[in-house]
Write a protein that binds this ligand. Structure first.
Ligand code: AMP
Ligand code: ZN
Length: 470
């Protein structure tokens, strides 16, 4: 089956065919580094990381670009509030972004360009747009003239006339048209600025992404992606200014992820339900966060709640327990397992299910369903059955390739045994011994069974009881 993706530009699923051979220029709008990134921001970060990995798994040569917006009004405001240079704020939250991304198992992009390293390119593009009469200067600001670009509105499907009438309030008098947007903003006294033909100022947000994607990708990208909130105005404006300058389509495919809510409400600081990834990771295994997102199709809305996270954790535990069993059986087997036809057929069958799901607009939710089927199969296997090896070997291949390399999940049994877990286990073993001494078999069995569920076995010897991970 060929890979199909939902293209926001044409509002339908289309076969994915890169512009040139098997090379894919894939640009994702990265974070504006003015605060710790939140759980909503983690969605595009994780999902597009999985798409990139899947494209690579499919044999594409992916040039994956995720920018850092390190100059912006929000950064300037925060720096002003804290009385520091804007670079201090940008550096702190860029570092926090990379740290969080790494913990979430997100692969570094091929390149992470920063806006402030690309000011020259932005000046050039703004000049070009003025020369081509697509932009005009007023008091040190440069605006894009949307009436000069007939395709304006094509990505968001918005009606320009309607938008104009809706935008009459708070119109900046200096603009010809209320929808014209800033390519270059003049600096107020004390604000960070760069020299330009129009006086000291800084770039607008939209021009940053156009320049960075053209520099590191191409004039026409294969994929441009981001959250749904970016469709308008950010991506619409990127298209207008890039296509007006270059005369070629800006991106062949546009992918947008749906929004994350918290317990059914929009996440916002004012509602007090704002969750940063940094805080969440003090409470949850990052891979639980990853699987939480994978369990939902990327274009659907997703709701974050304790309940959903518990479900995600239970889902991951099911897969990990199955993987423990796989390793346990393979380790216990005397001889190294050699391939047989059954195993190869089984691998192909598993692979096909997962690949078909991913080829259908990256349906990770359906792909995860196949992993659970495999886990169910593993858990109900009689490990002494010789034929079970084919199945177990096939499952291991799938977990190690698609599960780990594409979905970025970790299943391994290398749980760390630290002093605390040893001390706690000794207490649990003592409780069980006391229960047995009191002939409280119900409690003794409960302890053993519950431990087994989390992958720990107790072994009774004459001298006492020891424990180990399955
Ligand atoms: P920002 O730093 O606000 O530009 O956001 C970075 C990325 O996160 C963009 O692709 C946004 O569309 C995306 N994003 C922001 N909030 C959410 C949310 N609540 N749910 C899903 N994606 C979001
Ligand atoms: Zn962008």
């Amino acid at each position: 089956m060929a890979l199909k993706v939902y293209n926001t530009l044409n509002r339908k699923k289309e076969e994915f065919v890169p512009i040139k051979d098997n090379h894919v220029n894939f640009y994702v709008c990265g974070p504006t580094v003015y605060d710790y990134f939140h759980i909503g921001n983690a969605r595009p970060l994780i999902m597009f990381d999985v798409f990139r990995r899947y494209l690579e798994y499919r044999g594409y040569d992916v040039n994956y670009i995720v920018n850092i917006t390190d100059i912006d009004d929000k950064i300037i405001n925060r720096a002003e509030k804290e009385g520091v240079n804007f670079k201090v704020i940008a550096r702190k939250f860029t570092d926090a972004f990379f740290d969080g991304a790494k913990k979430l198992g997100v692969m570094p992009a091929t390149v992470h360009p920063r806006a402030t390293d690309n000011i020259d390119g932005m000046l050039e593009l703004v000049k070009k747009l003025i020369d081509k009469s697509h932009a005009y200067e007023v008091d040190g600001n440069v605006y894009f003239d949307i009436s000069s670009f007939p395709g304006y509105g094509k990505l968001s499907g918005r009606d320009i006339e309607q938008m104009q009438s809706g935008a009459r309030i708070n119109v900046d008098e200096r603009k010809n048209n209320p929808l014209d947007f800033a390519l270059w903003k003049s600096a107020k006294p004390g604000e960070p600025s760069w020299d330009s033909p129009w006086g000291p100022g800084r770039p607008g947000w939209h021009i940053e992404c156009s320049v960075m994607s053209m520099k590191h990708g191409n004039k026409t990208l294969d994929i441009h992606a981001g959250g749904q909130d970016l469709i308008f105005p950010h991506h619409e404006n990127e298209i207008a200014q890039s296509e007006a300058a270059n005369g070629v389509p800006f991106s062949k495919y546009w992918l947008h992820n749906g929004f994350l809510d918290i317990e059914g409400e929009k996440m916002s600081k004012s509602l007090g339900n704002f969750l940063t990834v940094k805080d969440i990771l003090t409470k949850y295994d990052p891979i639980v966060i990853r699987i939480f997102f994978l369990l939902k199709h990327y274009r659907s809305p997703i709701d974050f709640s304790e309940e959903r996270i518990k479900e995600a954790k239970a889902a991951l535990d099911r897969l990990r327990n199955a993987y423990h069993k796989i390793e346990y059986v393979l380790n216990a087997a005397d001889a190294e397992f050699t391939h047989d036809e059954n195993s190869d057929n089984q691998i192909e069958a598993y692979k096909k299910g997962i690949e078909d799901a991913m080829d259908d607009d990256f349906n990770t939710a359906r792909a995860m369903g196949h992993f659970f089927d495999i886990a169910k199969g593993i858990n109900s296997l009689d490990e002494h059955d010789k034929n079970a090896f084919s199945y177990i070997n096939a499952a291991k291949q799938i977990f190690d390739t698609l599960g780990t390399k594409v979905f970025g999940l970790t299943f391994d049994t290398q749980k760390k045994t630290d002093d605390l877990s040893n001390d706690l286990m000794n207490i649990i073993i003592e409780i069980r011994q006391n229960a047995r001494a009191e002939k409280n078999w119900g409690l003794a069995d409960l302890v053993r069974n519950r431990l087994q569920e989390i992958g720990i076995v107790l072994e009774d010897h004459t001298g006492g009881t020891s424990w180990k991970y399955i």
